[in-house]
Write a protein that binds this ligand. Structure first.
Ligand code: MEV
Length: 311
């Protein structure tokens, strides 16, 4: 039996923009998915997905999950003709749109196969295998989710559009950040939303150029603010990033509603995170009291709110 872990993630700045080679900042979460692989007689593989999940998530992502497992097994050239793999997923990460659930699943499986078959893969190779799995979920993934899931910590990520190595720098912030993660409960298709943004960008190149250039400056400012531990600036930049995400149409009404609710209850900044059009919203709180106030207000409206600390 082999096993492996993959962490969830939250994107602080730059979802969608990152697909086009602009920098993004993400943090791994403390919650993770665990994959276990048991090798038995037979051939092929089976999967038992025991992860806690937002209702509807697993059904919506079912075919993508099967394809991603196939991609990883093929990429790692694991023999499934003369043996059978019984794969189980579990862990405390709640599978939902926006939390890097697919990346955590892919990373955990790559690590579990590495463990089962003593493949001697380093993190770079694990990350490459997880990226192959992510292709089933994202179409054209930037790679930020699997990178955050594999390496952990707070990362500055830039996709290399020529297919060479991506840039990944670990950022050390002097300040821990208290977040509330609000779950809209709506599962979005990353492939569809990313494709939609690409179509809109092709239709309105000038509009997108302007937005991209605003975002690029914002990302640089965000990096500096994180390195300085200036959470007031970080919050303000999160609000600005959310507006740009609205402009590229990926923030749905439910995301805006949760962002406004968080701001009304004292968040320094709030934005949608991940794919958008549902999924999650993150809100930055100055202290635990405000974090609790925001979380309670979200729960009162009937949504799940997770309290976490990053940085
Ligand atoms: C999804 O978590 C993040 C997106 O930017 C897609 C990607 O980076 O592959 C929407």
């Amino acid at each position: 039996m082999g096993s492996g872990k993959g962490y969830g993630k939250t994107i602080l700045f730059g979802e969608h923009f990152v697909v086009y080679g602009l920098p993004a900042i993400a943090s791994a979460l403390g919650s993770y998915t665990i994959a276990n692989v048991k090798v038995v007689l037979g051939k092929g593989w089976t999967v038992d997905d025991q992860r806690p999940a937002t209702p509807g998530y697993k059904k919506k992502k079912y075919n993508e999950a099967l394809q991603s497992i196939t991609n990883i097994i093929e990429h790692l050239k694991v023999d499934i003709e003369s043996q059978k793999l019984e794969i189980t997923f579990s862990g405390d990460l709640i599978a939902a749109s926006g939390v890097g659930a697919s990346a955590a699943q892919c990373t955990s499986l790559a690590r579990a196969l590495n463990d089962s078959f003593k493949l001697d893969l380093d993190d770079e190779k694990i990350n490459e295998a997880a990226y192959e799995g992510e292709k089933a979920y994202h179409g054209t993934p930037s790679g930020i989710d699997n990178t955050a899931s594999t390496y952990g910590g707070l990362i500055w990520f830039v996709k290399n559009l020529s297919g060479e190595k991506n840039t990944m720098d670990l950022l050390q912030s002097p300040k821990k950040m208290l977040l509330v993660i609000a779950n809209s409960g709506i599962t979005a298709s990353t492939t569809e939303v990313v494709a939609d943004v690409r179509r809109l960008k092709e239709e309105n190149p000038k509009k997108f150029d302007k937005i991209f250039s605003k975002y690029k400056n914002l990302a640089e400012e965000a990096k500096k603010a994180l390195l300085d531990g200036d959470i007031l600036v970080i919050g303000n930049l999160m609000n600005q990033n959310h507006k740009l995400l609205q402009e590229i149409t990926v923030s749905g009404g439910i995301n805006d509603k949760l962002v406004n609710l968080a701001l009304k209850n004292g968040a320094i900044g709030a934005k949608m995170t991940g794919t958008g059009r549902g999924g999650l919203v993150i809100a930055l709180a100055e202290n635990e009291e405000i974090q609790e106030k925001i979380a309670k207000a979200i729960e009162k409206e009937g949504y799940d709110a997770w309290r976490t600390m990053i940085g």
